[in-house]
Design a protein around this ligand. Structure first.
Ligand SMILES: Cc1cc2nc3c(=O)[nH]c(=O)nc-3n(C[C@H](O)[C@H](O)[C@H](O)COP(=O)(O)O)c2cc1C
Length: 359
Protein backbone atom coordinates (compact mmCIF):
# COMPACT_ATOMS: atom_id res chain seq x y z
CA UNK A 1 0.00 0.00 0.00
CA UNK A 2 1.98 3.02 -1.20
CA UNK A 3 2.12 5.87 1.36
CA UNK A 4 1.01 9.32 0.25
CA UNK A 5 2.99 12.13 1.93
CA UNK A 6 3.98 15.72 1.21
CA UNK A 7 7.16 14.33 -0.37
CA UNK A 8 5.43 11.90 -2.74
CA UNK A 9 2.97 14.61 -3.75
CA UNK A 10 5.56 17.33 -4.35
CA UNK A 11 7.89 15.06 -6.37
CA UNK A 12 5.38 12.75 -8.05
CA UNK A 13 6.78 9.64 -6.35
CA UNK A 14 4.96 6.38 -5.61
CA UNK A 15 7.00 5.74 -2.44
CA UNK A 16 8.28 8.24 0.18
CA UNK A 17 11.79 6.87 -0.23
CA UNK A 18 15.00 8.56 -1.35
CA UNK A 19 18.11 6.59 -2.23
CA UNK A 20 20.77 8.67 -0.49
CA UNK A 21 23.49 10.26 -2.60
CA UNK A 22 26.46 7.92 -2.21
CA UNK A 23 29.51 9.94 -3.25
CA UNK A 24 32.34 7.65 -4.24
CA UNK A 25 30.65 5.61 -6.96
CA UNK A 26 28.06 3.32 -5.37
CA UNK A 27 25.27 5.52 -6.77
CA UNK A 28 25.69 4.27 -10.33
CA UNK A 29 23.34 5.39 -13.13
CA UNK A 30 21.90 1.85 -13.05
CA UNK A 31 21.04 2.22 -9.35
CA UNK A 32 19.57 5.73 -9.69
CA UNK A 33 17.47 4.68 -12.72
CA UNK A 34 16.26 1.48 -11.02
CA UNK A 35 15.19 3.45 -7.94
CA UNK A 36 13.37 6.00 -10.10
CA UNK A 37 11.64 3.34 -12.18
CA UNK A 38 10.45 1.69 -8.94
CA UNK A 39 8.72 4.93 -7.93
CA UNK A 40 11.25 6.28 -5.42
CA UNK A 41 13.90 9.01 -5.89
CA UNK A 42 17.47 8.12 -6.85
CA UNK A 43 20.21 10.66 -6.06
CA UNK A 44 23.70 11.23 -7.41
CA UNK A 45 26.38 12.28 -4.92
CA UNK A 46 28.41 14.54 -7.20
CA UNK A 47 30.79 16.14 -4.77
CA UNK A 48 33.90 14.21 -5.90
CA UNK A 49 33.06 14.37 -9.61
CA UNK A 50 34.36 16.88 -12.13
CA UNK A 51 31.88 19.00 -14.11
CA UNK A 52 32.55 16.75 -17.14
CA UNK A 53 31.83 13.64 -15.05
CA UNK A 54 28.61 15.24 -13.79
CA UNK A 55 27.54 15.85 -17.38
CA UNK A 56 28.40 12.29 -18.48
CA UNK A 57 26.84 10.58 -15.44
CA UNK A 58 23.59 12.55 -15.54
CA UNK A 59 23.34 11.92 -19.31
CA UNK A 60 23.67 8.20 -18.54
CA UNK A 61 20.87 8.49 -15.95
CA UNK A 62 18.62 10.34 -18.41
CA UNK A 63 19.33 7.64 -21.04
CA UNK A 64 18.01 5.02 -18.61
CA UNK A 65 14.94 6.73 -17.14
CA UNK A 66 12.55 9.63 -17.56
CA UNK A 67 11.68 9.54 -13.84
CA UNK A 68 12.87 12.40 -11.58
CA UNK A 69 16.25 12.12 -9.89
CA UNK A 70 18.31 14.23 -7.52
CA UNK A 71 21.86 15.57 -7.49
CA UNK A 72 23.79 16.39 -4.32
CA UNK A 73 26.87 18.41 -3.35
CA UNK A 74 28.63 19.34 -0.14
CA UNK A 75 27.73 22.96 0.65
CA UNK A 76 30.58 25.42 0.02
CA UNK A 77 32.77 25.77 3.07
CA UNK A 78 35.63 28.04 3.95
CA UNK A 79 38.75 26.05 3.14
CA UNK A 80 40.86 25.43 6.22
CA UNK A 81 44.44 26.64 6.09
CA UNK A 82 46.61 23.98 4.38
CA UNK A 83 48.73 22.04 6.86
CA UNK A 84 52.30 23.34 6.59
CA UNK A 85 53.98 19.98 7.09
CA UNK A 86 52.40 16.93 5.51
CA UNK A 87 55.46 14.67 5.70
CA UNK A 88 54.30 12.64 8.72
CA UNK A 89 50.90 11.99 7.13
CA UNK A 90 52.44 10.98 3.79
CA UNK A 91 54.97 8.69 5.51
CA UNK A 92 52.17 7.14 7.57
CA UNK A 93 50.26 5.89 4.51
CA UNK A 94 53.27 5.10 2.27
CA UNK A 95 53.62 1.47 3.51
CA UNK A 96 50.00 0.80 2.59
CA UNK A 97 50.64 2.14 -0.90
CA UNK A 98 53.66 -0.19 -1.13
CA UNK A 99 51.58 -3.14 0.04
CA UNK A 100 49.24 -2.60 -2.91
CA UNK A 101 52.18 -2.27 -5.32
CA UNK A 102 51.86 1.52 -5.68
CA UNK A 103 54.60 4.19 -5.61
CA UNK A 104 54.66 6.41 -2.49
CA UNK A 105 52.04 9.19 -2.73
CA UNK A 106 53.02 12.85 -3.27
CA UNK A 107 51.94 15.48 -0.72
CA UNK A 108 48.23 16.06 -1.45
CA UNK A 109 46.86 19.26 -2.95
CA UNK A 110 43.32 20.68 -2.75
CA UNK A 111 41.21 22.81 -5.08
CA UNK A 112 40.37 26.11 -3.37
CA UNK A 113 36.59 25.98 -3.77
CA UNK A 114 35.18 23.48 -6.26
CA UNK A 115 31.53 24.35 -5.48
CA UNK A 116 30.78 27.05 -8.11
CA UNK A 117 31.70 24.96 -11.14
CA UNK A 118 30.16 21.75 -9.75
CA UNK A 119 26.97 23.65 -8.92
CA UNK A 120 26.83 25.13 -12.43
CA UNK A 121 27.01 21.58 -13.86
CA UNK A 122 24.36 20.38 -11.38
CA UNK A 123 21.99 23.14 -12.52
CA UNK A 124 22.34 21.90 -16.11
CA UNK A 125 21.98 18.22 -15.20
CA UNK A 126 18.24 17.77 -15.64
CA UNK A 127 17.88 16.76 -11.98
CA UNK A 128 14.52 17.56 -10.39
CA UNK A 129 16.02 17.79 -6.89
CA UNK A 130 19.13 19.54 -5.64
CA UNK A 131 20.20 18.38 -2.19
CA UNK A 132 23.21 19.37 -0.16
CA UNK A 133 24.93 18.53 3.09
CA UNK A 134 27.32 19.99 5.66
CA UNK A 135 26.21 23.61 5.45
CA UNK A 136 23.88 26.25 4.10
CA UNK A 137 23.69 27.40 0.48
CA UNK A 138 24.42 31.03 -0.40
CA UNK A 139 21.28 33.03 -1.34
CA UNK A 140 22.29 33.26 -5.01
CA UNK A 141 22.60 29.45 -5.25
CA UNK A 142 19.15 28.99 -3.65
CA UNK A 143 17.71 31.50 -6.14
CA UNK A 144 19.47 29.84 -9.11
CA UNK A 145 18.18 26.35 -8.21
CA UNK A 146 14.66 27.69 -7.68
CA UNK A 147 14.76 29.56 -10.99
CA UNK A 148 15.40 26.14 -12.60
CA UNK A 149 12.35 24.73 -10.80
CA UNK A 150 14.51 22.44 -8.65
CA UNK A 151 13.22 21.12 -5.32
CA UNK A 152 15.80 21.99 -2.66
CA UNK A 153 16.71 19.70 0.23
CA UNK A 154 19.23 20.57 2.97
CA UNK A 155 20.65 18.27 5.65
CA UNK A 156 20.39 18.88 9.41
CA UNK A 157 21.76 17.04 12.41
CA UNK A 158 20.05 19.24 15.04
CA UNK A 159 16.72 21.11 15.25
CA UNK A 160 18.67 24.39 15.14
CA UNK A 161 20.33 23.45 11.84
CA UNK A 162 16.90 22.46 10.46
CA UNK A 163 15.50 25.87 11.41
CA UNK A 164 18.43 27.65 9.76
CA UNK A 165 17.88 25.61 6.59
CA UNK A 166 14.16 26.44 6.58
CA UNK A 167 14.95 30.15 6.97
CA UNK A 168 17.38 29.90 4.04
CA UNK A 169 14.51 28.82 1.76
CA UNK A 170 14.88 25.05 1.25
CA UNK A 171 11.77 23.01 0.40
CA UNK A 172 12.49 20.07 2.71
CA UNK A 173 15.07 18.94 5.22
CA UNK A 174 16.82 15.58 5.66
CA UNK A 175 17.61 14.75 9.29
CA UNK A 176 20.85 12.84 9.58
CA UNK A 177 20.71 10.74 12.75
CA UNK A 178 23.86 9.62 14.55
CA UNK A 179 23.35 6.10 13.15
CA UNK A 180 23.92 7.27 9.58
CA UNK A 181 26.63 5.92 7.32
CA UNK A 182 29.02 8.36 5.69
CA UNK A 183 30.31 11.79 6.62
CA UNK A 184 28.67 13.69 9.44
CA UNK A 185 26.71 16.62 8.06
CA UNK A 186 26.97 18.81 11.18
CA UNK A 187 27.72 22.43 10.23
CA UNK A 188 26.84 24.55 13.22
CA UNK A 189 29.08 23.18 15.94
CA UNK A 190 31.58 20.49 16.83
CA UNK A 191 30.77 17.11 15.20
CA UNK A 192 29.81 15.57 18.56
CA UNK A 193 27.03 18.15 19.05
CA UNK A 194 25.23 16.65 16.05
CA UNK A 195 25.24 13.01 17.16
CA UNK A 196 21.52 12.73 17.92
CA UNK A 197 19.83 9.42 17.16
CA UNK A 198 17.03 9.28 14.58
CA UNK A 199 14.35 8.38 17.16
CA UNK A 200 15.11 11.54 19.16
CA UNK A 201 15.99 13.83 16.24
CA UNK A 202 13.05 13.37 13.85
CA UNK A 203 10.21 14.46 16.18
CA UNK A 204 12.20 17.44 17.44
CA UNK A 205 12.83 18.62 13.89
CA UNK A 206 9.19 17.93 12.90
CA UNK A 207 8.15 20.22 15.77
CA UNK A 208 10.74 22.87 14.86
CA UNK A 209 9.96 23.42 11.15
CA UNK A 210 6.95 23.59 8.84
CA UNK A 211 8.61 22.09 5.74
CA UNK A 212 8.59 18.31 5.08
CA UNK A 213 11.13 16.29 7.08
CA UNK A 214 12.93 13.28 5.60
CA UNK A 215 14.44 10.90 8.14
CA UNK A 216 17.84 9.32 7.55
CA UNK A 217 20.20 7.22 9.63
CA UNK A 218 19.78 3.55 10.48
CA UNK A 219 16.65 2.99 8.36
CA UNK A 220 17.13 -0.37 6.67
CA UNK A 221 13.70 -1.96 6.26
CA UNK A 222 9.96 -1.37 6.39
CA UNK A 223 9.97 -1.26 10.19
CA UNK A 224 12.29 1.73 9.97
CA UNK A 225 10.12 3.37 7.29
CA UNK A 226 7.02 2.86 9.44
CA UNK A 227 8.81 4.28 12.49
CA UNK A 228 9.95 7.37 10.57
CA UNK A 229 6.42 8.02 9.30
CA UNK A 230 5.05 7.51 12.81
CA UNK A 231 7.52 10.12 14.10
CA UNK A 232 6.09 12.64 11.63
CA UNK A 233 8.57 12.34 8.75
CA UNK A 234 7.27 12.72 5.18
CA UNK A 235 9.77 10.18 3.91
CA UNK A 236 13.10 8.48 4.44
CA UNK A 237 16.55 8.75 2.87
CA UNK A 238 18.44 5.46 2.96
CA UNK A 239 22.13 5.05 2.18
CA UNK A 240 23.49 1.75 3.46
CA UNK A 241 20.54 -0.37 2.27
CA UNK A 242 20.95 0.92 -1.31
CA UNK A 243 24.76 0.75 -1.09
CA UNK A 244 24.38 -3.00 -0.56
CA UNK A 245 21.82 -3.45 -3.35
CA UNK A 246 22.49 -5.36 -6.55
CA UNK A 247 22.76 -2.27 -8.81
CA UNK A 248 25.12 -0.36 -6.50
CA UNK A 249 28.58 0.27 -7.90
CA UNK A 250 30.29 -0.55 -4.57
CA UNK A 251 33.09 -3.15 -4.93
CA UNK A 252 32.04 -6.66 -3.91
CA UNK A 253 34.46 -6.64 -0.94
CA UNK A 254 32.59 -3.57 0.36
CA UNK A 255 29.20 -5.25 -0.01
CA UNK A 256 30.48 -8.39 1.73
CA UNK A 257 31.77 -6.25 4.63
CA UNK A 258 28.29 -4.71 4.98
CA UNK A 259 26.53 -8.08 5.04
CA UNK A 260 29.00 -9.34 7.67
CA UNK A 261 29.11 -6.18 9.82
CA UNK A 262 28.13 -6.15 13.46
CA UNK A 263 26.55 -2.95 14.83
CA UNK A 264 29.55 -2.44 17.13
CA UNK A 265 31.98 -2.56 14.20
CA UNK A 266 30.49 0.60 12.71
CA UNK A 267 32.35 3.60 14.13
CA UNK A 268 33.19 7.21 13.48
CA UNK A 269 36.63 7.76 12.00
CA UNK A 270 38.64 10.56 10.33
CA UNK A 271 41.21 8.13 8.97
CA UNK A 272 40.22 8.17 5.30
CA UNK A 273 39.11 11.75 4.67
CA UNK A 274 40.04 13.90 7.65
CA UNK A 275 36.34 14.45 8.45
CA UNK A 276 34.35 12.27 10.84
CA UNK A 277 32.55 9.56 8.88
CA UNK A 278 30.74 6.44 10.03
CA UNK A 279 32.53 3.41 8.59
CA UNK A 280 32.92 -0.29 9.27
CA UNK A 281 36.21 -0.52 11.19
CA UNK A 282 38.98 -2.26 9.24
CA UNK A 283 42.74 -2.58 9.43
CA UNK A 284 43.34 0.90 7.97
CA UNK A 285 41.04 2.74 10.42
CA UNK A 286 42.30 0.78 13.41
CA UNK A 287 45.99 1.30 12.63
CA UNK A 288 45.59 4.96 11.63
CA UNK A 289 43.76 5.80 14.82
CA UNK A 290 46.51 4.23 16.85
CA UNK A 291 49.06 6.48 15.08
CA UNK A 292 50.55 9.59 16.62
CA UNK A 293 48.71 12.92 16.20
CA UNK A 294 49.53 14.82 13.01
CA UNK A 295 49.32 11.62 10.97
CA UNK A 296 45.79 12.40 9.80
CA UNK A 297 45.42 15.62 7.77
CA UNK A 298 42.27 17.77 7.71
CA UNK A 299 39.68 17.38 4.92
CA UNK A 300 40.17 17.57 1.95
CA UNK A 301 43.92 16.84 2.15
CA UNK A 302 43.56 13.48 3.91
CA UNK A 303 40.83 12.53 1.44
CA UNK A 304 43.13 13.32 -1.47
CA UNK A 305 46.06 11.56 0.22
CA UNK A 306 44.14 8.27 0.49
CA UNK A 307 42.31 8.53 -2.86
CA UNK A 308 44.70 6.45 -4.99
CA UNK A 309 45.01 3.88 -2.20
CA UNK A 310 41.24 3.43 -2.06
CA UNK A 311 40.97 3.24 -5.85
CA UNK A 312 43.64 0.53 -6.05
CA UNK A 313 42.11 -1.36 -3.11
CA UNK A 314 38.78 -1.37 -4.96
CA UNK A 315 40.51 -2.85 -8.05
CA UNK A 316 42.21 -5.52 -5.92
CA UNK A 317 39.03 -6.09 -3.84
CA UNK A 318 40.98 -5.45 -0.61
CA UNK A 319 38.44 -4.41 2.04
CA UNK A 320 41.15 -3.59 4.60
CA UNK A 321 42.07 -0.45 2.60
CA UNK A 322 38.57 0.59 1.51
CA UNK A 323 36.61 3.37 3.18
CA UNK A 324 33.70 1.15 4.21
CA UNK A 325 31.22 3.92 4.98
CA UNK A 326 28.04 2.38 6.39
CA UNK A 327 25.40 3.02 9.02
CA UNK A 328 24.75 1.22 12.29
CA UNK A 329 22.01 -0.85 10.65
CA UNK A 330 24.46 -2.39 8.12
CA UNK A 331 23.86 -5.97 9.21
CA UNK A 332 20.19 -5.61 8.22
CA UNK A 333 21.15 -5.15 4.53
CA UNK A 334 19.92 -7.90 2.25
CA UNK A 335 21.51 -7.02 -1.08
CA UNK A 336 18.50 -7.54 -3.33
CA UNK A 337 17.82 -5.38 -6.40
CA UNK A 338 16.61 -1.81 -5.80
CA UNK A 339 13.05 -2.49 -7.04
CA UNK A 340 12.72 -5.54 -4.76
CA UNK A 341 14.06 -3.53 -1.82
CA UNK A 342 11.55 -0.72 -2.40
CA UNK A 343 8.69 -3.21 -2.75
CA UNK A 344 9.75 -4.94 0.47
CA UNK A 345 9.97 -1.61 2.33
CA UNK A 346 6.40 -0.86 1.33
CA UNK A 347 5.07 -4.29 2.32
CA UNK A 348 6.93 -4.40 5.63
CA UNK A 349 5.94 -0.85 6.59
CA UNK A 350 2.30 -1.59 5.87
CA UNK A 351 2.54 -4.72 8.04
CA UNK A 352 4.36 -2.88 10.83
CA UNK A 353 1.76 -0.10 10.95
CA UNK A 354 -1.15 -2.57 11.01
CA UNK A 355 0.35 -5.04 13.47
CA UNK A 356 -1.74 -5.73 16.57
CA UNK A 357 -0.14 -4.00 19.55
CA UNK A 358 0.27 -7.19 21.57
CA UNK A 359 3.19 -9.23 20.23
C1 LIG B 1 28.97 5.58 1.09
C2 LIG B 1 28.14 6.75 1.52
C3 LIG B 1 28.28 7.95 0.83
C4 LIG B 1 27.50 9.06 1.19
N1 LIG B 1 27.62 10.21 0.46
C5 LIG B 1 26.80 11.26 0.73
C6 LIG B 1 26.84 12.43 -0.07
O1 LIG B 1 27.63 12.56 -0.99
N2 LIG B 1 25.99 13.43 0.24
C7 LIG B 1 25.07 13.34 1.27
O2 LIG B 1 24.29 14.27 1.48
N3 LIG B 1 25.04 12.24 2.05
C8 LIG B 1 25.86 11.20 1.80
N4 LIG B 1 25.81 10.08 2.60
C9 LIG B 1 24.95 10.07 3.79
C10 LIG B 1 23.50 9.76 3.45
O3 LIG B 1 22.89 10.88 2.85
C11 LIG B 1 22.66 9.41 4.69
O4 LIG B 1 22.76 10.42 5.66
C12 LIG B 1 23.03 8.08 5.32
O5 LIG B 1 23.40 7.13 4.38
C13 LIG B 1 21.83 7.58 6.11
O6 LIG B 1 22.17 6.53 6.96
P1 LIG B 1 22.12 4.99 6.54
O7 LIG B 1 23.39 4.75 5.78
O8 LIG B 1 22.07 4.30 7.86
O9 LIG B 1 20.90 4.77 5.69
C14 LIG B 1 26.57 8.97 2.26
C15 LIG B 1 26.45 7.75 2.95
C16 LIG B 1 27.21 6.66 2.60
C17 LIG B 1 27.02 5.38 3.35
Amino acid sequence: MPFVTALTERLGLTHPIIQAPLAGGADSPDLIAAVGEAGALGCLGATYLTPAQIRATTAAIRDRTRRPFGINLFAPAAQPVPPNDMRAAVARVAPYYAELGLAPPPAPTATANPFPELFAAALESGARVFSFTSGLLPDDAIAAAKARGMFLIGTATTPEEAKALERSGVDAVVTQGAEAGGHRATFSGAPETGLIGTLALVPQVVDAVTIPVIASGGIMDGRGLAAALALGASGVQMGTAFLASAESGAPSAYKQAIYGARAGDVRLTRAFSGRPARCIANRFTTEMEAAESGAILPFPWQNNLTKALRAEAAKQNRAEFLSLMAGQGAALARGEGAAALIERLDTEATLALNRPLRR
